[in-house]
Design a binder for this molecule. Structure first.
Ligand code: FES
Length: 149
């Protein structure tokens, strides 16, 4: 039995929540592929729009695949007052994306977050699991180059 069928059967057997079901699908694929949601919707007889309303309400779900590198830019208060807006603008311009998007080459997914718990280092960017503090626009662009293939 393929993994998706196992997830669906587990949901039916345990009468699980739809959020849990979406989480399992997300864990399997790394995001919520449209075709998979259509298949699950059909097999469970749950409106596809219901899945999309959950998937778009909870920010932990993604409807697009993640890029190779995950770039989180902190725009929390401490980082904001130290110039996070310039860091966001520089990264968006350099990569030609808006926060929440993935670059065309699939190398970066960029997002803004509200606090990464290291406020003294602000403005702060986390790429994958690496923290980079005291950034400005120029330093941020230089930093991105380290993650380009
Ligand atoms: S506000 Fe940026 S790390 Fe806390």
């Amino acid at each position: 039995m393929k993994n998706l069928d196992r997830i669906i059967n587990n949901f039916k057997t345990n009468k699980g929540s739809l959020i849990g079901l979406l989480q399992d699908i997300s864990d399997l694929y790394g995001y919520l592929p449209e075709k998979v949601l259509e298949e699950v919707s059909s097999k469970l007889n749950v409106a596809l729009s219901h899945f999309y309303s959950l998937a778009t309400f909870y920010t932990s779900f993604r409807l697009e695949p993640m890029g190779k590198h995950h770039c989180s830019i902190c725009v929390g208060t401490a980082c904001h007052v130290r110039g996070a807006t310039m860091v966001v603008e520089s990264i968006e311009r350099e990569l030609n994306v808006k926060a929440g998007e993935t670059t065309e080459d699939g190398n970066f997914t960029v997002e803004t977050v509200n606090c990464l718990g290291a406020c003294a280092l602000g403005p702060l960017v986390v790429i994958d699991d690496d923290y980079h503090g005291n950034l400005d626009g120029r330093k941020a662009i230089k930093l991105l180059k380290k993650y380009e293939d």
